[in-house]
Ligand binder design. Structure first.
Ligand SMILES: Nc1nc2c(ncn2[C@@H]2O[C@H](COP(=O)(O)OP(=O)(O)OP(=O)(O)O)[C@@H](O)[C@H]2O)c(=O)[nH]1
Ligand SMILES: [Mg+2]
Length: 176
């Protein structure tokens, strides 16, 4: 079986993907000092005993977000890497969660937990949930009546938030 995971990121994605390759593949991934900005997409393949995982790393810059929708239909899960050290850009990222991906599991990774001022798992979870509640409320006000259900699609798959450091490679602050 082969599962395709979309990895989307505003920041820090390649550092994480190369670290994952180092953990799981015979050939180690690139070290952080060899990683430059991604232009377009990057694919990482991890072979496990029972499955092959394909991670599609999609560039997070605004100008290239328009290609993301092409990946929605084929992905089995979304891992969204957040630069938890960048408070101002946090809610900018939530807009990417289009209705098409509400049916697949979502893992939010709060990266840069090695930095003392980084946002915690709780702060990130609350920000996402507040944003989502607000989005549902405003859809109810705008559409109401017959179209309401169409515009108020709720997440039906799991959501997890986890604190990590792609640089240091340790899992921290795992939350429900
Ligand atoms: N302190 C800290 N810095 C990190 C961590 N992960 C990534 N960085 C730094 O963040 C910067 C961006 O990391 P990348 O992995 O290239 O980010 P990206 O999402 O691939 O960026 P683009 O390819 O431009 O979209 C680099 O300078 C990394 O060293 C982390 O866990 N902690
Ligand atoms: Mg990159």
């Amino acid at each position: 079986m082969s599962a395709s995971w979309s990895l989307w990121s505003a920041e820090n994605l390649d550092t994480l993907l190369e670290k994952i390759k180092t953990f799981y593949n015979d050939i180690p991934g690139l070290s952080p000092d060899k990683i430059g900005p991604t232009v377009g997409q990057n694919m990482g393949k991890i072979t496990l005993p029972s499955t092959i995982l394909k991670f599609w790393d999609l560039g997070g810059q605004r100008g290239i977000r328009s290609i993301w929708h092409r990946y929605y239909d084929d992905c089995h899960a979304v891992v969204y890497v957040i630069d938890a050290d960048d408070r101002e850009r946090l809610s900018e990222g939530w807009e990417v969660f289009a209705p098409q991906i509400l049916g697949v599991p979502l893992l939010l990774l709060a990266n840069k937990q090695d930095s003392p001022q980084s946002l915690s798992v709780e702060e990130i979870r609350n920000d996402y949930e507040d944003w989502y509640r607000h989005k549902l409320d405003s859809a109810r006000r705008t559409y109401g009546g017959e179209n309401e259900t169409e515009h108020r699609r709720e997440r039906i798959a799991s959501l997890d938030v986890m604190g990590i450091s792609a640089l240091e490679g340790e899992d921290q602050n795992v939350a429900e």
